[in-house]
Design a protein around this ligand. Structure first.
Ligand code: ATP
Length: 359
C-alpha cells in the first residue's frame, strides 16, 4: 500500500534540508520502488506574509484523513518576529492531532564528533521521550500590570494524570518492545511538589506493570550531570515537556550537534509528524551550507515508523559513513555543501538497496 507523506519544508534552512530529504524519498520511489507519495505544502512565513494564512483551516482534518505521515523542515523567519506562523503550524499540529509523544533518539554515529573525552558509539545510544502536549507550553497564564514596575507574569505548568500516564506507558512499552532494559524517569518533584508530584505517583504505579524493566528516577539536575558523566547508563529517558526540550538539546550535542538530530511526534494509531530538532537558522539560510543529515535521519525515522525499517537503518549507516569520511558541511568542520552531502548520501543509499529489499 502506498504511504502518503505530507511535506512542509517551512522556512530558512528548513527548505534546503527538506529538499534533500524529498530528493531521497523520490529517488527511493523511482529507483527502488519504495511505495510512497510525497505531497508538498507551502505553509510557512512566505505564505503567512503574503496571505495572512499560517495553518489553513481544515488542514488538520485533511492531514488526518489523507496522510500516513507529516515531514516538517523548520519554521521561523525574522520577518515574522512574533513567530506566530510557526506556533500556529507546529503547535497547531502537535496539539491539534494530540501528538503526545516526542521521540528523540540520541545516537552517536561517529565517535570523533562526541564532545566528551574517550567516548565511543556504544556509549551514546539512548532515546528521550518528552511529553509533548502539556507542561508550561500550553500557554495558560497572563500578565498583570504590563510594562509597569509592578508587572506580574504567571505561566501555569499543566500536568494531567492521563497525560503523564500515557507518556510513561509509551516509554515502558517502547523499552519492552525494543528489548531495552533500563527506563529513567526524570522530573523536579523536589521543588515542583504538585505538578511533578503527580509524575512521581503515576510513575510509581506504571513501573510496577513492567517488572522486567529496571526503572529508576533522577531529578532533572542530576540527570543533566549524569548524561555528561556517563551517557552509557541510559537506554530510555522519559520526562515532561519543558525538561525534555532542554535535555534533548543536551543529547543532540552528545551525538555531534544539532545538525544531526532527528525527532518524531507521535500518537499511536494516528498520523505522526517527523521534524528536525534544529530550527530555520536564518543567518545561514540560502547559502547551501546547512547540514542536511538531521533531515535525512528524520526521513529514516519516518520510514522506520511507516514499516520500512531496513531503509531507515540504511540511511543511518550511510550518514555514519559520510561522517567517517568527513563528507560534511561547515558546521561539522567540512567544506561540502548541503546539496553535495545530500547527493552523496542519496547515491550510496540507493546503491546499497535492491528493489526487492524495499517491499
Ligand atoms: P529556533 O529558535 O527555531 O530553534 P534557530 O535556527 O535560531 O531556531 P537552532 O536551530 O537551535 O536555532 O540552531 C542554532 C544554530 O545552530 C543556528 O543558528 C545555526 O548556526 C546552527 N544550525 C542549526 N541547524 C543547523 C544545520 N542543519 N546545519 C548547520 N548549522 C545549523
Amino acid at each position: 500500500m502506498t504511504r502518503r507523506i505530507a511535506v512542509i519544508p517551512g522556512d530558512g534552512i528548513g527548505i534546503e534540508v527538506t529538499r534533500e530529504a524529498t530528493a531521497l524519498l523520490e529517488a527511493l520511489k523511482r529507483r527502488a520502488r519504495l511505495p510512497v507519495e510525497v505531497v508538498e505544502f507551502d505553509w510557512g512565513a512566505e505564505k503567512y506574509l503574503r496571505e495572512g494564512v499560517s495553518l489553513p483551516s481544515g488542514a488538520l482534518r485533511m492531514l488526518e484523513r489523507e496522510f500516513d505521515a507529516i515531514f516538517i523542515g523548520a519554521l521561523g523567519d525574522p520577518r515574522v518576529p512574533s513567530n506566530q506562523h510557526a506556533a500556529d503550524i507546529l503547535l497547531g499540529i502537535r496539539f491539534g492531532l494530540d501528538l503526545y509523544v516526542n521521540q528523540r533518539p540520541v545516537k552517536l554515529l561517529e565517535a570523533k564528533l562526541c564532545p566528551l573525552k574517550s567516548r565511543s558509539e556504544k556509549d551514546v545510544n539512548f532515546v528521550i521521550f518528552r511529553e509533548n502536549t502539556e507542561g508550561p507550553y500550553v500557554g495558560i497564564g497572563g500578565i498583570f500590570k504590563p510594562g509597569t514596575a509592578g508587572e506580574v507574569a504567571v505561566q501555569e505548568d499543566l500536568n494531567t494524570r492521563k497525560g503523564v500516564e500515557r507518556i510513561l506507558v509509551y516509554a515502558f512499552e517502547y523499552a519492552q518492545k525494543q528489548g531495552l532494559k533500563r527506563v529513567c524517569m526524570s522530573d523536579k518533584s523536589n521543588a515542583l511538589r504538585f505538578g511533578h508530584g503527580l509524575w512521581q505517583s503515576v510513575y510509581g504505579e506504571v513501573r510496577q506493570r513492567y517488572p522486567a524493566i529496571e526503572s529508576r528516577h533522577l531529578y532533572i539536575d542530576t540527570l543533566a550531570m549524569e548524561m555528561v558523566r556517563d551517557p552509557g547508563q541510559f537506554d530510555v529517558i522519559v520526562t515532561s515537556n519543558m525538561l525534555g526540550d532542554i535535555i534533548s538539546d543536551l543529547g543532540a550535542q552528545l551525538q555531534g550537534g544539532i545538525g544531526l538530530a532527528p525527532s518524531a511526534n507521535l500518537h499511536p494509531g494516528r498520523v505522526s509528524m517527523f521534524e528536525t530538532v534544529h530550527g530555520s537558522a536564518p543567518q545561514i539560510a540560502g547559502k547551501n551550507i546547512a547540514n542536511p543529515m538531521a533531515a535525512l535521519l528524520t526521513a529514516g525515522l519516518m520510514l522506520d515508523r511507516l514499516g520500512f525499517s531496513n531503509i531507515g537503518m540504511e540511511i543511518e549507516r550511510v550518514v555514519a559513513e559520510a561522517l567517517r569520511q568527513d563528507c560534511v558541511t561547515p558546521d561539522l568542520g567540512g567544506t561540502r555543501s548541503t546539496t553535495g552531502v545530500g547527493g552523496w548520501i542519496r547515491e550510496r543509499v540507493l546503491q546499497s538497496l535492491q528493489p526487492t529489499q524495499v517491499m
